[in-house]
Design a protein around this ligand. Structure first.
Ligand code: NAD
Ligand code: TDX
Length: 332
């Protein structure tokens, strides 16, 4: 039984991680979360109070981080500013949380000699051409495009430097696009599902040829658990489940699964610097750690996600109008 400190545990992936961990182990969990617009208290409803605590605080707050890290056995670091479109409107919180926040955690981990896992993204590698047979591997050179992905790339390099220079025990993972329950409605899939539920036409950036490599959030988190248990310190593991699909096909699938005409969507302004394609080679994770995804069928996982948003309007309704108002300002 371990004491696990989860940063960003009120966000999409972190909250699913905490639910999974508490249901499937006897570990105790402390979440530190600044409860930004992306931190949703309701995402942590129903957790056992004797094994779970939420501390509202900032990962840049060094004294608080020092105290929480000292009390923990393992730190799993999800907290971040995570949305590319926001990083194009105002990069500053991305620099603060993703870089300064990660630095603050690393210093506490170094001081107290604790195990660290850093959750990152495949976007640090830049993008691929549509017809490129290559996929990202742990040795692909870093080439981030947006302020978000550049700040995540910087945070990864800090972790690697703290392993090499200071000998901390840390692993890294870079995952592709997640989908599933409790994802903020600013993100592509929940935005379109909740648009349909609100009678708003789904919004596709540009021509929609951009490809993302979709993975269910539970598969991301099961891979993170494998890496924490069996990964080698200093190593980077890429997490993906062979889920490449272009945005136009995803929007049409959502419309079909929700009983709408498949052309009932709008093309809106493209994202500046929009990455064309991401694709993950997961062979290191599969061969070295024996990990396998559970959600092999994207359409089934998407249907379950649509059902979750249909059944949990109380969860997403409070954030919907403000999110759409923000998009309307930039013609998206
Ligand atoms: P999210 O935006 O849903 O959640 C982020 C959480 O971090 C929120 O609860 C927020 O309140 C918290 N937070 C933000 N700034 C903080 C600060 N300064 N101190 C403490 N807490 C703070 O993000 P997500 O989609 O769950 O992503 C989690 C992690 O996974 C991120 O590191 C992201 O880069 C990475 N990732 C995400 C995806 C994806 O598809 N969503 C894919 C690969 C990697
Ligand atoms: O309304 C939309 N219409 C649209 O066409 C939105 C919100 C997005 N898009 C496109 C842009 C992308 O090509 O859909 C694709 C997915 O967009 P996002 O959900 O914003 O994800 P992306 O930018 O690919 O980044 C995601 O995956 C990697 C997460 O947000 C990151 O946190 C993660 O690191």
């Amino acid at each position: 039984m371990s004491k696990i400190l989860v940063t960003g545990g009120a966000g999409f992936i972190g909250s699913n991680f905490v639910h999974h961990l508490l249901a499937n182990s006897d570990h105790t969990v402390t979440v530190i979360d600044a409860m930004t617009y992306a931190g949703i208290r309701a995402s942590l409803d129903g957790l056992p109070s004797d094994r779970f605590e939420l501390v509202e605080g900032d990962i840049c707050d060094a004294p608080l981080v020092d105290k929480l890290v000292a009390d923990a056995d393992i730190v799993v670091h999800f907290a971040a500013e995570s949305h590319n479109d926001n990083s194009l409107n105002d990069p500053s919180p991305f620099i603060q949380t993703n870089l300064v926040g990660t630095f603050t955690l690393l210093e506490a981990v170094r001081k107290h000699g604790k195990r660290f896992h850093h959750v990152s993204t495949d976007e640090v590698y830049g993008d691929l051409e549509l017809d490129d047979p290559a996929k990202f591997t742990a040795t692909t050179p870093y080439n981030p495009s947006s302020p978000y992905s550049a700040s995540k790339a910087g945070s990864d390099l800090l972790v690697r430097a703290w392993v090499r220079s200071f000998g901390i025990t840390a692993t890294l993972s870079n995952c592709s696009n997640n989908y599933g329950p409790r994802q903020h409605v600013e993100k592509f899939i929940p935005r379109q599902i909740t648009n349909v539920l609100c009678g708003i036409r789904p919004k596709l950036y540009g021509a929609g040829q951009n490809v993302r490599d979709w993975i269910h959030v539970d598969d991301h988190n099961s891979a993170v658990m494998e890496i924490i248990e069996k990964g080698r310190s200093g190593e980077t593991y890429l997490i993906g489940a062979d889920g490449e699909m272009n945005n136009k096909d995803v929007i049409e699938m959502i419309l079909r699964l929700m009983g709408q005409p498949t052309d009932a969507y709008d093309h809106v302004n493209d994202r500046p610097g929009h990455d064309l394609r991401y694709a993950i080679d997961n062979s290191k994770l599969v061969d070295e750690l024996g990990w396998q995804p559970k959600y092999q069928d994207f359409e089934q996982g998407l249907q379950a996600t649509i059902d979750w948003y249909k059944e949990n309007e109380d969860w997403w309704r409070p954030m919907k109008d403000a999110t759409e108002a923000k998009y309307a300002k930039v013609g998206q």
